[in-house]
Design a binder for this molecule. Structure first.
Ligand SMILES: Nc1ncnc2c1ncn2[C@@H]1O[C@H](COP(=O)(O)OP(=O)(O)OP(=O)(O)O)[C@@H](O)[C@H]1O
Length: 446
């Protein structure tokens, strides 16, 4: 029996890999084909305190809500800094068009017309996320609700989110799609409370066909917003309206977020967007150059893609710089020209932290040997520094969890994940570890 975490993954594996899995098993089984059954499921976790059946009951069409927590100082701060109706996203969006917005909460909600499935380059790192997004766009409010997209910065989560919104509107021009960053939600809520218009706020957010909330991690510590979003979320899900959320981390890893909210994020489909591998980076560069009407040889694209590995936003930035330089100087875009154009950026990247460097710095700081960090020893004097080093490796390098596990004496990726969580927790509760960690960040990045 094979278990999949959700129906989407089960269908995906069924369609793409089941035959191959069966063939391999047949080979391993001396030519006899075993029957492979697939099912959705995993062992229930005790840490999930909220069950789906605990959705607040609706009385007379209204969602029951607690009197609730008060707006925190932090929430008031957000309300003061998020501007009224202009861009709430600090990125440059060239194409903006308003999406139908109604109600008394007068802000604008934008979808970037350039962020579509056509302009999104598919690769191994984002294949699953793209396919899931497409499914949601084709069937909003269906099986994958909410859709939770997570991953590091600049990897295309917002692009996919807009692509879904654009596709929903393309298929049904009457669909009401609201896209906003989570700060916008906080700011609107605070404004609504101040203006005694919280009912309008609720009505508006609950009236949409699809609610797209970007970078949900900013809800951390904003208790009243979390509560309001929790109820909006429930109302939308109950009404069969689609909710899409992006975040920089897996739901359970979001700090200072209510458990019941985190648990609900996992009800639909949770998919990771990973950093693109070389081939995808090259394909993205070629596509972006084509969009800019610039001829880019594959040699030049490979050169840039090999040098810039962090994320797609940086990759785009580097390409823009090269194109601008070529334009001003009338030069051809060749590897030596690229090297010259990007010399400052490349110098910065060459200084980038390696796992090796982290291990040496941590070992020296705690006066232990690097070999201890890689060993199987489990005494406290070694395990804590090892967890710190693993967590720093995750935070400061682009290596995946399995790669980090390998670099620490061939440990499993779950051990690395556990270490990262532990260190996040300890930084909250143990001032010593917090100080150590801050020292490492300074030592390694300046
Ligand atoms: N696979 C891709 N194909 C084409 N463009 C991409 C792809 N992935 C990312 N991009 C581009 O990279 C830029 C950054 O992407 P985006 O804003 O979606 O990242 P993000 O994951 O939402 O980051 P953040 O967490 O910082 O909000 C955008 O211009 C987007 O179009």
């Amino acid at each position: 029996m094979l278990f999949a975490p959700n129906r989407f993954v089960m269908d995906w594996v069924n369609e793409k890999y089941l035959r191959r899995i069966e063939e391999v098993l047949k080979d391993l089984n001396g030519g006899q084909a075993p029957r492979v059954n697939m099912s959705v499921g995993s062992a229930p976790r005790e840490s999930d305190p909220v069950k789906r059946s605990e959705v607040p009951a609706r009385a007379n069409g209204r969602v029951h809500e607690d009197a609730g927590s008060r707006v925190t100082e932090e929430e008031k701060g957000v309300a003061a800094t998020v501007p009224g109706s202009t861009s709430v996203r600090p990125k440059s969006y060239n194409d903006r068009r308003p999406v139908q917005v109604e109600g008394d909460i007068k802000h604008q909600s934008f979808l970037n017309e350039g962020f579509t499935f056509e302009t999104f380059v598919e690769g191994k790192s984002n294949q699953l996320a793209r396919a899931a997004s497409m499914q949601v766009a084709e069937n909003p409010g269906g099986a994958y609700n909410p859709l939770f997209l997570y991953g590091g910065v600049g990897l295309g989560k917002t692009h996919l989110m807009h692509a879904i919104g654009n596709e929903i509107v393309a298929r049904n021009p009457k669909a009401k799609v609201a896209y906003l960053r989570s700060e916008r939600f906080v700011a609107d809520m605070v404004k609504a409370l101040q203006l005694n218009a919280i009912n309008e706020f609720k009505r508006y957010y609950r009236s949409v066909d699809a609610l797209l909330i970007d970078d949900i991690q900013f809800f951390a510590r904003k208790e009243r917003s979390q509560e309001e979003f929790f109820h909006t979320f429930n109302a939308l899900l109950e009404g069969g309206q689609q909710v899409i959320v992006t975040c920089d981390r897996f739901p359970k890893e979001i700090v200072d977020m209510e458990e019941r909210l985190k648990s609900r994020f996992g009800w639909g489909l949770t998919v990771m967007v990973e950093p693109p591998e070389l081939e995808t980076r090259v394909a993205i560069l070629m596509k972006k150059a084509e969009q800019a009407n610039v001829k880019l040889s594959s040699e030049a694209a490979f050169f840039i893609a090999q040098k810039i590995r962090s994320n797609v936003r940086e990759l785009e930035g580097a390409l823009r710089l090269v194109i601008a330089n070529a334009h001003f100087t009338g030069s051809e875009i060749t590897p030596p020209f690229i090297r010259e154009s990007l010399k400052d950026l490349l110098a910065l990247h060459e200084k980038q932290v390696s796992i090796d460097n982290i291990q040496r710095t941590v070992a020296e700081y705690y006066k232990i040997k690097v070999a201890d960090l890689l060993s199987k020893r489990r005494t406290r004097t070694v395990t804590r520094p090892r967890q710190v080093a693993m967590s720093l490796s995750k935070e400061l390098t682009n290596h995946s969890l399995p790669e980090i596990g390998d670099a620490f004496g061939g440990r499993d990726h779950t051990t690395v994940l556990h270490a990262c969580k532990k260190i996040v927790e300890l930084q909250e509760t143990d001032p010593g570890i917090r100080e150590d960690y801050q020292n490492f960040m300074r030592l390694l990045t300046t």
